[in-house]
Design a protein around this ligand. Structure first.
Ligand code: GLN
Length: 483
């Protein structure tokens, strides 16, 4: 059962082959059985899930089905969930019970889906390995000694191990696509503004975007139609119509030319390059024209990102002062000590590092040298993508520079860790949609193919991803221990 796609499960529920209660119990049992090894969940919402499943079954009996009625889903613990602990992977929020639902949660609930739990993540979504979580690191189901990627590592590992058919994630610089690549599943980061950020705990507001993990492009398409749309509570959300992504991903096929940025391949590991070239061959067999393109400034992406994202986070995280919500230190003598002690105790090292870097980059005297410069690079990256999309319909490349690395391997080398995002950050800086889909293995560990589209062209990239999955079966492989 756990090998089934979301679309197949939806069919089984609609045809009453299985009830939502049975399906929900099935996944709850798998979590109970397997998650000790993975640590992919921070909270399992069993009671809530079983109550919702009962309601779903009653609706199904009356023939009232919505897009996701009865389908279990895991939610990244960055989304506020009413009455349920929402920690963002931090000690700072370890006791925070949200009084409201994020728009993403509300939308998925309204379509009848069932939250089975909140997934583990890097603290405040800062990381590429899920090792910065206050709740312990997550293990990769393909090799428990390896990281699952980050920051949405819990969501990725739980889908890869079949503990849930799908999960939400967020992507500020690669946090959906990189873990999808490292765990052998699909991860979609929509166009900036496609999905509301209301109730999604802010890291870097001009880059953050909610998205999805699932096994197939079709499953991602279905979930995207449920999550997208304008929200008056997020002024950066788009008023653009929401297409029927599932329908378009099945039928739309106007893509002809696909670009491969030469910069993406220059220093690429030989084993990864080999797998990538095999994927390119598959696409050529499908009659796509593959051409070399150049995105010169993409090499500066990580440097620009590591200024812009910390700058925004230093501002966003100033709200955690121990006064209104979040961790509050004991035994303090004045307000200044309250701030200092609460923040020193509540935040982990990576978060502190980012706040320091961001505050520095924004301070008088350094603003022009760092922040302004980074913003200029950001504009350059955007204009290079715009120019590229005049010539090609989609852009492809590897999602990550390599397969999953060992737990602890990069923990004390922040620069090496930041370089895990070398192929993903540019699309966030430009606000573009991108998906990672499984394209093969190196040393028995999965690798992802990244497909990048122009703004709001999710259907186009989903369609290519679906076609690739019709001729390959990488997405059907499951990690041995979790079959
Ligand atoms: N790994 C990147 C970082 O550490 C991206 C994180 C994200 O996308 N949330 O900032």
């Amino acid at each position: 059962m756990n090998e089934k796609t979301l679309i197949e499960l939806r069919e089984d529920i609609r045809s009453k082959k299985i009830s939502s209660t049975e399906l929900t119990k099935f996944y709850l049992n798998r979590i109970r059985k397997h998650d000790k090894k993975l640590n992919s969940f921070i909270t399992v919402t069993e009671e809530h899930a079983l109550n919702r499943a009962k309601i779903a079954d009653a609706e199904i009996a009356k023939g009232e089905v919505k897009k996701l009625t009865g389908i279990p889903i895991a939610q990244k613990d960055i989304f506020c969930t009413k009455g349920v602990k929402t920690t963002c992977g931090s000690k700072m929020l370890s006791n925070f019970i949200s009084p409201y639902d994020a728009t993403v949660i509300e939308k998925l609930n309204n379509e009848g889906s069932i939250m089975i739990g909140k997934t583990n993540m890097d603290e405040f979504a800062m990381g590429s390995s899920n090792e910065t979580s206050h709740f312990g690191n997550v293990h990769n189901p393909w090799d428990l000694k390896c990281v699952p990627g980050g920051s949405s590592g819990g969501s990725a590992a739980s889908v890869a191990a079949g503990l849930t058919p799908c999960a939400t994630g967020t992507d500020t610089g690669g946090s959906i696509r990189q873990p999808a690549s490292l765990t052998g599943i699909c991860g979609l980061k929509p166009t900036y503004g496609r999905v509301s950020r209301y109730g999604m705990i802010a890291f870097a507001s001009s880059l953050d975007q909610a998205g999805i993990f699932a096994r197939t492009a079709e499953d991602c398409a279905l979930l995207l139609s449920c999550m997208s749309g304008y929200d008056s509570k997020d002024s950066t959300s788009s008023k653009k119509d929401i297409p029927d992504y599932l329908e378009e991903c099945r039928n739309l096929n106007s893509t002809k030319k696909i670009g491969v940025p030469v910069e993406f391949l220059q220093d690429l590991d030989g084993g990864v390059a080999k797998v990538f070239h095999e994927a390119v061959k598959e696409l050529e067999k499908m009659n796509y024209e593959i051409v070399d393109i150049s995105l010169k400034s993409s090499k500066l992406g990580v440097s620009a990102y590591q200024v812009v994202a910390p700058a925004e986070c230093s501002s966003n995280l100033s709200r955690y002062d121990g006064v209104r919500f979040g961790h509050r230190a004991d035994n303090v003598k004045d307000i200044s000590e309250l701030y200092k002690k609460s923040r020193s105790e509540g935040f982990g090292n990576e978060v502190k590092r980012r706040i320091l870097v961001g505050t520095y980059a924004l301070s008088a005297g350094y603003y022009d040298a760092y922040y302004l410069k980074a913003q200029k690079i950001r504009s350059l990256i955007s204009s290079e993508f715009n120019a590229a999309f005049k010539n090609v319909d989609l852009i492809i490349g590897p999602t990550a520079p390599d397969v999953a690395f060992k737990i602890g391997e990069k923990l004390n080398d922040p620069i090496a860790m930041y370089l895990s995002d070398v192929y993903t950050v540019s699309t966030n800086l430009a606000g573009l949609p991108a998906i990672s889909i499984p394209m093969g293995f190196k040393n028995n560990l999965p690798l992802g193919l990244q497909v990048i589209g122009n703004h709001f062209e999710e259907s186009r990239l989903l369609s290519l991803a679906r076609q690739f999955q019709e001729v390959t079966d990488w997405h059907k492989r499951q990690p041995g221990e979790f079959k």
